[in-house]
Design a protein around this ligand. Structure first.
Ligand SMILES: Nc1ncnc2c1ncn2[C@@H]1O[C@H](COP(=O)(O)OP(=O)(O)OP(=O)(O)O)[C@@H](O)[C@H]1O
Ligand SMILES: [Mg+2]
Length: 326
């Protein structure tokens, strides 16, 4: 059995006392993570030290050789790779910062470079967790981290490039000339995402709770092969006779399990709830949250529950009609 005891830091345990007010936040992060402010000068060395300290406190995931396979890059290498982060190379933007398409000069490999927005809410802590998690966890349905850059106050992550973008790009707001995904492709994506999740929950020991499953974090390789991305919020699951881990409530509104949002008690089931929301998105083509719709239709899960309730009532009514010969 692997041991991975100290990842839930005292710092986080203290922060979890803030749950009462954190709960009311809706946007990701539901709670702004505390950005560890690096001083100056030897930031890069400090990050390297941070990584090794975190790594030591992590222990080991069973079956992992625990080496950080990710390469380190200088800022100028990544600047060159993305033609100075030009707008034409922009693939998208999220809470962490912008993502650019690039080509590494040394190997010619096409990559996606995510640059931490230094004014953003998500920060160094997520950066460290992402590098460590993706260095330890390897599966065909998890995105591959090629390397990272911690040059001065710059924080960048270098991933394998996923040519078909995110599942969100294919489900919502796509141009009218683009064909919607067919049923088999939708099911293939759901099955692949479930395999990635199964690896995190059942093969990694102790289990890893992803905490950020949503359609924008399911990236698509050629042939619509899905890979889970963004591990900055991932947590180690409970060990021994513990039923949950207590954390600050983080995640994305619409995907976050209500019992976790209410109590801050996290289990692998929180990910299963988010998976259910993605499955509903795949089946219905609707967004997890649609703020433009009427109040009762805004949240996909509540809307779906309402629809199912009406369908049940309707089938009950027809059954009764048949039985009574009306
Ligand atoms: N490895 C990659 N290959 C190709 N495109 C990518 C890659 N990583 C991210 N992208 C693109 O960049 C977009 C932004 O990704 P990012 O993970 O920064 O934000 P997000 O998941 O949309 O939002 P959030 O930060 O709230 O989770 C994605 O939707 C996707 O289109
Ligand atoms: Mg993402």
């Amino acid at each position: 059995m692997g041991c991975f005891p100290c990842f839930e830091s005292e710092e986080e345990a203290q922060l979890s006392h803030g749950n009462e007010c954190d709960r009311t936040r809706e946007e990701r992060p539901m709670v702004a993570p505390r950005v560890e402010k690096l001083s100056s000068g030897d930031d890069r060395m400090k990050t390297a030290r941070d990584l090794s300290t975190k790594r030591e406190s992590l222990g080991a995931i069973e079956g992992s050789d625990f080496s950080i396979s990710a390469q380190t890059f200088t800022f100028s290498e990544l600047s060159a790779a993305t033609s100075n982060f030009r707008t034409e190379s922009l693939l998208g933007e999220g809470g962490f910062g912008r993502v650019y398409k690039g080509r590494l000069e040394t190997t010619g490999q096409v990559v996606a470079v995510k640059q931490l927005d230094r004014n953003g809410l998500q920060g160094n802590r997520e950066f460290l967790v992402e590098v460590l998690m993706l260095s330890l966890l390897h599966h065909p349905n998890l995105v591959n981290l090629i390397g990272y850059c911690a040059d001065g106050d710059q924080r960048l992550l270098v991933y394998e490039y996923m040519p078909l973008g995110s599942l969100e790009d294919h489900l919502h707001d796509f141009p009218p000339d683009k064909e919607p995904l067919d049923w088999n492709t939708r099911m293939k994506i759901a099955a692949g995402a479930a395999k990635g999740l199964e690896y995190l929950h059942d093969k990694a020991n102790p289990p890893v709770i992803y905490r950020d499953l949503k359609s924008s974090n399911i990236l698509l390789d050629k042939g619509f092969h899905p890979k889970l991305s963004d591990f900055g919020l991932a947590k180690l699951g409970p060990v021994g006779d513990k039923s949950h881990v207590s954390t600050r409530v983080m995640g994305t509104y619409g995907y976050c399990a209500p019992e976790y949002a209410m109590t801050g008690q996290l289990t692998v089931k929180s990910d299963v709830y988010s998976f259910g929301v993605v499955l509903l998105e795949l089946i219905t083509g609707r967004k997890a949250v649609e703020s433009t719709k009427s109040h009762s239709e805004q949240n996909l899960v509540s809307w779906e529950t309402l629809v199912l309730f009406y369908l049940q009532c309707l089938s009950g009514f027809y059954f009764h009609k048949q039985q009574s010969g009306i």
